[in-house]
Design a protein around this ligand. Structure first.
Ligand SMILES: [Zn+2]
Length: 112
C-alpha cells in the first residue's frame, strides 16, 4: 500500500520540531493503532496519561482531525497525527482494527 505522504510533507505542514517529537512517540511505542482508509488516516496515540484519537485527511489537502487541544484550538497539524502518519509510512497499518493480519487466528494444537 502506498501512503501519499512523506516525512517531508509532514514537516512542511507541522514543522520539523513536531516531526522530531513525533518520531520519539513512534520509537517509544506510543502509537497504539494506525489505520488508513484513503484519504483518511487514523491512529491512537498515547501521551502521558491520555490517549488521543489522532487523524489526518491526506487529500485534497492535509487536514488534522486529532482530538487534542492544539488541533482544534489552532488548527495545527499536531504531534499525535504526525506520529501516527510516521508509523504508517514506516510499517503500514497496525493494531486490532486493520489489515488482513487480524483474520489470522492462532492455531491451537488439538489435544484430542
Ligand atoms: Zn493531537
Amino acid at each position: 500500500m502506498t501512503v501519499p505522504i512523506t516525512e517531508k510533507a509532514l514537516a512542511a505542514a507541522a514543522g520539523w520540531p513536531v516531526v522530531h517529537a513525533a518520531r520519539k512517540l513512534r520509537d517509544t511505542g506510543k502509537v497504539l493503532r494506525v489505520s488508513y482508509d484513503p484519504p483518511l488516516l487514523k491512529g491512537a496515540v498515547r501521551m502521558g496519561s491520555r490517549t488521543y484519537g489522532a487523524g489526518l485527511r491526506l487529500e485534497p489537502e492535509l487536514e488534522n482531525l486529532c482530538s487534542c487541544f492544539d488541533s482544534w484550538s489552532e488548527g495545527k497539524v499536531c504531534v499525535h497525527s504526525v506520529a501516527a502518519a510516521l508509523v504508517l509510512i514506516q510499517d503500514g497499518p497496525k493494531g486490532p482494527d486493520c489489515g488482513p493480519n487480524e483474520l489470522t487466528n492462532p492455531v491451537e494444537p488439538s489435544s484430542q
